[in-house]
Design a binder for this molecule. Sequence first.
Ligand SMILES: O=C(O)CCC(=O)C(=O)O
Ligand SMILES: [Fe+2]
Length: 290
Amino acid sequence: MISAAQARDAVEQYREEGYAVVRGFVDGDELIRLQTESRAVYDEGLKHQATYRHGNLNFQILPEAQFGKRYVLQAYWFSWVNKYFEEFRRNPDYLKLLEGLIGRDIKQIAQQLHWKPPGANVTGYRFHQDLRFRSQSEYDTVVDATVTTGLAVDRATRENGCLQVVPGSHKRGYLALSDEGHGQLMKGLTAEDELAEVGIDPSDIVALELEPGDLAMWGLLTVHGSAPNQSGHDRAFLLSSYVRADASPRGEWAFKDGVSTPLGDTPKLCKYDKLFEEPGPSYDTTEWWK
Ligand SMILES: O=C(O)CCC(=O)C(=O)O
Ligand SMILES: [Fe+2]
């Protein structure tokens, strides 16, 4: 449970700096449940020998043939197979936090769990702005209407690749970081030169070290990334991205006039553009890490 004061402080910091941290968004028994259910999603992903899609549900897999062991790096929209997360995504605490920024009619545009299993080598995210994941035609309407939250399921430290942000970068417009070449975020690392070229001083980067249950928020223009895990501890991170409903035809309802709203019978168009043409179930064996 977060207080009104915590929500107010977070909104203020988010507006000024492009990010905010809310300590203790989840705690006690609820945190234990969150960790248990996250592990259940991981185990569900492990059943697939390669990257799997069914509708918006998706598991990004590193196969054992190439990595010596099977790893799950990401899961998307696991609400379709996990009742706990279907409810958690529209938990009243999210509304409390979001209301001051995007109102009481809110759709969820992304639901992701990101793991950085020790040994899985390709676990870094190059610096970028999340606007790169939105279609160009939406740019103007969604920027101010979208808020992304990242909840530390496991402790997040510099060593295991916590999120890093550039304060104030949300006022700089779109900088096209990591868009050149293969454009693959999890392949390679951001060189300091790339940041300097767009006027970012690497010493301005803030590492958001989080205790389990702490939550970070950032916007579509906030420059952020994270390093690969160099520790022996995983880093499960639950991302939920929300948009003011009238700004986006995409997304699954989370709150209608403040009322928590479950998923319907069939998925809505979210970030995955081919939801209706190519819903799967299907496997993707592209070796993107090569
Ligand atoms: O999981 C992380 O550390 C960052 C992920 C991220 O920025 C993204 O998926 O856009
Ligand atoms: Fe991102």
